[in-house]
Each structure stands twice: as structure tokens, then as C-alpha cells.
Design a protein around this ligand. Structure first.
Ligand code: I3S
Length: 131
């Protein structure tokens, strides 16, 4: 073979492109800066990879383990809910608060896609709380 395939990530629960912005760190508010990210949920970790907006070729990149994570979110003790209207003018926005005091908004124009993410992330958080 020319090259062996990348191993599939263990415990892969969901992956896809989402819009996200970090809005707080250590309890301190940050300025919003929305960008799109290849987003992967594995086990207790939600990873947002660096912006994929620059080229369509980048959409093939997610399979590569060479992509650099932008944010790595530990879901243990986190809280997830639909963001209140005053948090963003965008639709289908989820608010994710970590135990360490970081907050993220995540969004996709598709209600179905965001509904799926809401479900899998909530399930992960619940599973971690009973481990
Ligand atoms: O909560 P805000 O301040 O209305 O959030 C908007 C800003 O972050 C804006 O950027 P500027 O900081 O350059 O004004 C963004 O372009 C908007 O997308 C933000 O609002 P939404 O409602 O899209 O989350």
C-alpha cells in the first residue's frame, strides 16, 4: 500500500462542521469571534479544529490528524443549553459552559444538525456525571 489509513478515532460519537465562538475563559468574558470549525466529539472531549473557511479542499482535511485543535473542551461537569435570544442573533445556538469557566456558543443554520449535536453532547455530559 502507498500508505496505511489513519486509524479511526476511538469513541468517535459525532463529527461535522459547526460555527463556534468562545465567549468566556476562566469566567472572564471574551469578545465574540465566530468562525467555522471541523468539530469532533470523542468520549469526554469535544474538539474544535482550526478554521476551515479558506478552501473547499480543507473540507477533506478533517480525516487528517495533522489538523491543529483550536479548542479542546472537557465535557465532564459541563452544562449545555439552548442560548437565550440575547446571546446571539443567530438561530439554533447552543451554549456550552465548562467546569473551568469557559463558555462557547456553537451554531448551525440547520435545526436538525444542531438538534443532533445537542443530543449527543448532552448524553456525553450525562454519562460522564455517572461514571
Ligand atoms: O453579541 P454581539 O456583540 O452582538 O456579537 C456580534 C459581534 O461579535 C459581531 O462582531 P463585532 O465584534 O465585529 O461587532 C459579530 O460579527 C456578530 O456575529 C456577533 O453577533 P451574533 O448575533 O452573530 O452572535
Amino acid at each position: 500500500f502507498a500508505g496505511s489509513p489513519q486509524p479511526l478515532p476511538k469513541n468517535l460519537l459525532k463529527a461535522g462542521i459547526l460555527h463556534k465562538t468562545k465567549v468566556a475563559e476562566n469566567g472572564k468574558k471574551l469578545r465574540k469571534n465566530w468562525s467555522s470549525s471541523w468539530t469532533v466529539l470523542e468520549g469526554r472531549i469535544l474538539t474544535f479544529f482550526k478554521d476551515s473557511k479558506n478552501s473547499s479542499a480543507n473540507s477533506l482535511k478533517p480525516a487528517s490528524s495533522l489538523s491543529t485543535p483550536e479548542y479542546t473542551v472537557d465535557l465532564r461537569g459541563a452544562a449545555l443549553g439552548w442560548a437565550a435570544k440575547d446571546k446571539s442573533s443567530k438561530k439554533n445556538v447552543l451554549e456550552l459552559k465548562t467546569r473551568s469557566g469557559s463558555e462557547y456558543l456553537i451554531q448551525h443554520d440547520s435545526e436538525v444538525i444542531m438538534g443532533d449535536w445537542q443530543q449527543v453532547i448532552s448524553e456525553s455530559i450525562q454519562r460522564l456525571s455517572t461514571d
